[in-house]
Ligand binder design. Structure first.
Ligand SMILES: [Zn+2]
Length: 184
């Protein structure tokens, strides 16, 4: 079941690809003004209904058995915030458990944003019993710091060219990440 017709999906993918190109050109540092202008133009030329895009439920394609709970989390995000889950599949079980706890704390709690930042989970929410909710969120974020974001096995913080991710040994090897220099 999809919440939006295929053309929107194609446009979103085109937009993501164009933004990736732009970011790559910008990060390279040696892109010419013409290359940057062309990359910006490519982004601007994709016709997209921003409001509709934000309000669509973007259930991750790798949701698997967590499809229902991820959909339920996305449905808790208010209009206009953008309904995405911006972290890897290894953390979906953490999100499922956190959702259970928050539902007990406040059945009507809202989700504002779910993402990875500096290698660990960030979960922004609003609701009643704020202190109890924050304690549950803090626990989930701490758990993410020892859980491989890709596969869910035991992991720790790794680095690759200035980017940080929490990964297990196998995933960090296959994705080219290394231990932090000051680790252990
Ligand atoms: Zn892994």
């Amino acid at each position: 079941m999809t919440d939006y017709p295929q053309p929107d999906v194609a446009r979103e993918e085109a937009l993501r690809a164009a933004i990736d190109d732009l970011a790559t050109a910008a990060l390279r540092g040696d892109a010419t003004q013409e290359e940057l202008t062309a990359a910006i133009e490519a982004v601007r030329q994709i016709p997209i209904d921003t409001e509709r895009m934000l309000n669509s439920l973007h259930v991750p394609s790798d949701a698997g058995e967590h499809q229902d709970v991820l959909r339920a989390l996305l449905e808790r995000i208010p209009d206009g915030w953008g309904r995405w889950i911006q972290c890897g599949a290894g953390w979906y079980p953490i999100l499922a458990r956190l959702n259970e706890r928050l539902r007990e704390i406040d059945p009507d709690y809202q989700v504002h944003q779910i993402k990875e930042k500096f290698g660990t989970l960030r979960f922004y929410w609003a609701g009643l019993n704020y202190d109890a909710g924050e304690a549950a969120v803090a626990e989930a974020e701490t758990e993410s710091a020892r859980t491989c974001e890709s596969c869910g096995n035991l992991g720790h913080l790794r680095t690759r060219r200035g980017w940080s991710r929490t990964l297990c040994d196998d995933c960090s090897r296959s994705e080219g990440y290394e231990d932090l220099p000051d680790d252990e």
